[in-house]
Design a protein around this ligand. Structure first.
Ligand code: PEP
Ligand code: MN
Length: 264
């Protein structure tokens, strides 16, 4: 269902405040986690100022350690919804468990399926039964075909409002970057599938000063949007502080990305 042979023309996903796919370029930004009502509302204003039309933020966090901050749960969903609404934005948030799909759907415009859940087939099928848009992240050890097959699990249940997110993969050398950004996957995916391809330079590199160059490279490679983590006090962020862009750096990144986009 996702192949260009099956559908030659690009999938375009329409949301109340955003369009994803085709010739559109969509900026998504926000904190890694929803940390508090006032923090996410402050970050929403920054995201919007940079041109983002979609606010990101995790309320259910897939942390490597069970002792790390796990998210605010349903309160976090409510805070993110309010922050998005107050700024005329759409929201994307991670759903981690098939039993949460209906509850998260009550709040969000887009389900994020995290890298760790890319092959959680019961979760994929459950979001496939809804008509809520899905941002599917590439698993950290997933091949391009694995990613496309994961998307098929969603589409085959009836939901074709899917976009794919390249967020870096594990390789033999992840000493200086959190993951290895598979830039080549972007044009390859554009060729193989009609689904929109979005880049996540934040998780790909894991260090804030490497995010802008990779965001720029992703646009040049044909990414139809970016999803970026921002924070005004990264040293005290409850998750992923080292990769968060401070507001000023985020706004500079946006200017560069749009400038490159313009000459494409
Ligand atoms: C996130 O978006 O904060 C996240 C956990 O991403 P990933 O699933 O790509 O690691
Ligand atoms: Mn994160």
């Amino acid at each position: 269902l996702g192949s260009r042979q099956f559908q030659p023309e690009d999938t375009i996903i329409g949301l109340p405040h955003s369009i994803i796919g085709g010739d559109h370029f969509t900026m998504m930004a926000g904190p890694c986690s929803v940390e508090s009502e006032e923090h996410v509302k402050r970050m929403a204003k920054v995201a919007k100022e940079g041109g983002a039309t979609i606010l990101r933020g995790g309320a259910f966090k897939p942390r490597t350690s069970p002792y790390s901050f796990q998210g605010l749960g349903e309160d976090g969903l409510r805070f993110l919804r309010e922050a998005a609404d107050e700024n005329d934005m759409d929201m994307i948030t991670e759903v981690m468990d098939d039993t949460h799909v209906q509850m998260v759907a009550d709040y969000t415009d887009i389900f994020q399926i995290g890298a760790r859940n890319m092959q959680n087939f019961s979760l994929l099928k459950e979001v496939g039964k809804t008509d809520v848009a899905v941002g599917l992240k590439r698993g950290m050890s997933a091949t391009i075909d694995d990613l496309l097959n994961a998307a098929e699990y969603i589409a085959s249940e009836g939901n074709q409002n899917i976009f794919l997110i390249e967020r870096g993969i594990r390789t033999f050398d992840n000493k200086y970057t959190r993951n290895t950004f598979d830039l080549g996957a972007i044009p390859v995916l554009r060729k193989l599938t009609h689904y929109p391809i979005i880049a996540d330079p934040s998780h790909a590199v894991g260090e804030w000063d490497l995010v802008t160059p990779m965001a720029n490279a992703a646009v040049a490679a044909g990414a139809q949007g970016e999803i970026v983590e921002i924070h005004d006090d990264p040293e005290h962020a409850l998750s992923d502080g080292p990769q968060a862009l401070k507001p000023k750096t985020y706004l500079e990144m946006c200017r560069e990305v749009y400038a490159i986009r313009k000459v494409m």
